[in-house]
Design a protein around this ligand. Structure first.
Ligand code: ADP
Length: 542
């Protein structure tokens, strides 16, 4: 017998309808690419997104067509986002930090018919437009007064184009499993692969994100997503904020400490989310300028491991709670978030920080477990390591056009490529990417844990650990360090600092100093490059 409840497809247009009906005056504040701060409301966004859908329809865009954006977090990006998805086309967010050849590859692979380009990225497309045969037009996301002098072919001015339609448009209804968004994983090896979100997965994921123990957004929140919309849906915030009716503050192109501080301070931001490098810049600015953050309740830190020293700085110096989160593009992206349970409130600060350094617990609809090389589940005891596998209604089941073949096992589990522990309370801790873990004498050494501790040394700005071949132990760790400006720590100093904080056999065999550590397009340490750079490095005799 089937249930007798209404057939109400989970479509993302419903999220924006909800925001416009229930929170019409709630603000969306943008630092525009042109410079000034722009303000409007969910009611305005709702109107302009429908106008966009109508304009796209006039241009011949149909259900299932792919439309690319290459843009910062701003109001126009939200209009395209909801306009495209709302009409049943697919919004393909392009990460501008990819190499031009990769951008060309993914736009051709996705067969995008229009590309919405923020002013900053016009030069990127001037260089590759001739190799994008399927693209009919490049819509520059500005008004006539700010149109650049460009030789880009088929160029369109966003505001003039949009003005050719009105907002008299009703969202169509279709199957909730229809594709809504497309985001390529940066793929450290091989070509990027397309993760194709559906309306259903996006709506369910927005509900997941808004659970009180996850992002927990509500109508009295003011949220600043520093994490870009092209980085896996701005970690659900592009859907979760309107669903909750939260005020949205969009940072546009400026992510330096001063610019972020200004928005946090002037807009009364209560919640923000970003990768650790962004927070490092903000903390540096606060320290230099002697500024405080009285209104900010909590920050969500993820994308790569958040060092305990960063949690401590936020919580003890600025009274801002830190929630460490983990996820991946294939998971929409939230997988875990590290809020404490009531029984942890009485723990000492240092124990709390240690627990908060773990990547956190799975919200409802995410299932996860750790398995050994043969696929046998490992205990949830916080000690056993294993391959982290996941499943859920907002987790990928394959990549666009079947690239990469089958990605689920017989029981529907997706291998994240991460190695982790899970404790009895459900807190998961990433110890490494499977390909980065160091295998020494048959045992595994966690590079992330050593890096996390090393950055607590006052002379270390950034640290990366890689394994180098070793005749006796197979592999041994090399610690690579960028020294903090104005300091010159010695390798010996840093090793002495690590002593007692990690197992003896985890101690790096050597320390190398570099001016800069290379990063991927989503801000992760590029360990492949480091391994290539240091492949002939001689470890001292032990
Ligand atoms: P890409 O692979 O395109 O760079 P993703 O954002 O999908 O981008 O990367 C997901 C991976 O990032 C995870 O599998 C994990 O290795 C890493 N990651 C994400 N959040 C964290 C975190 N809090 N701690 C450690 N690693 C993380």
């Amino acid at each position: 017998m089937l249930g007798l409840m209404q057939d109400w497809p989970l479509l993302v247009s419903k999220i924006l309808d909800h925001a416009a009906i229930n929170h019409p005056e709630q603000e969306i504040v943008t630092r525009t690419t042109e410079g000034p701060i722009q303000r409007y409301t969910y009611k305005d966004l709702h109107s302009r997104a429908r106008q966009m859908a109508k304009r796209l329809e006039m241009a011949g865009v149909k259900l299932g067509d792919r439309i690319a954006t290459c843009a910062w977090n701003n109001a126009r990006h939200m209009e395209v986002w909801y306009g495209v998805m709302g009409m049943g086309a697919i919004c393909h967010t392009v990460n501008p930090r990819l190499f031009p050849e990769q951008i060309e590859y993914i736009i051709n692979h996705a067969e995008d018919s229009y590309v919405f380009v923020d002013l900053t990225f016009v030069p990127v497309f001037e260089a590759i437009a001739k190799d994008l045969p399927k693209v009919k037009g490049f819509v520059i996301m500005t008004d006539a007064a700010h149109m650049p002098d460009t030789k880009l072919r088929d160029v369109i001015c966003y505001e003039d184009w949009l003005a050719e339609a009105d907002d008299d448009y009703t969202w169509p209804t279709f199957d909730e499993n229809t594709a809504a968004g497309l985001c390529y994983t940066s793929g450290t090896t091989g070509n990027p692969k397309g993760v194709l979100y559906s309306h259903r997965s996006n709506v369910l994921h927005a509900l997941l994100a808004n659970q009180a123990d996850t992002l927990g957004l509500c109508a009295s929140d003011v949220i600043l997503p520093v994490v870009p919309m092209f980085h896996a849906n701005a970690w659900a915030i592009a859907f979760g904020a309107p669903a909750a009716g939260a005020k949205l503050v969009m940072p546009g192109p400026k992510m330096d400490g001063e610019s972020i501080y200004q928005l946090l301070h002037e807009e009364g931001v209560t919640v923000s989310a970003a990768v650790p490098t962004v927070w490092l810049m903000l903390l540096g600015y606060l320290e230099d300028q002697g500024k405080e953050l009285p209104l900010l309740n909590y920050v969500v830190i993820g994308g790569s491991a958040c060092p305990p020293s960063m949690i401590e700085a936020f919580e003890t110096k600025y009274g801002v709670q830190v929630f460490h989160a983990w996820g991946m593009t294939e998971m929409s992206p939230i997988g875990t978030l590290g809020r404490l349970k009531p029984k942890h409130e009485s723990m000492s600060l240092s124990d709390q920080i240690a627990l908060k350094s773990k990547q956190g617990r799975a919200p409802f609809t995410v299932e996860m477990k750790i398995v050994d090389d043969e696929g046998n589940e490992q205990p949830r005891d916080g000690v056993a390591f294993g391959h982290l596998v996941v499943r859920g209604p907002a987790v990928s089941k394959s990549y666009l056009k079947g690239e990469g073949g089958e990605i689920l096992d017989a029981d529907g589990w997706f291998d994240t490529g991460d190695v982790a522990t899970i404790d009895a309370d459900g807190y998961m801790q990433i110890t490494d990417r499977a390909k980065d873990v160091i295998k020494s004498g048959g045992e595994w050494i966690s590079t992330i844990e050593i890096e996390n501790i090393a950055v607590g040394h006052p002379g270390v700005a950034e640290a990366a650990v890689i394994g180098l071949p070793h005749p006796k132990w197979d592999e041994r760790p090399l610690l690579i360090v960028v020294a903090k400006d104005g300091t010159s720590p010695s390798g010996k100093d840093i090793l002495a600092y690590l002593e007692g904080k990690i197992a003896k056999w985890w101690m790096p065999n050597d320390v190398a100093f570099v001016d800069e550590i290379p990063h991927t397009a989503t801000g992760k340490i590029q360990k492949m490059d480091l391994r290539a750079k240091f492949k002939d490095h001689q470890l001292p005799n032990d």
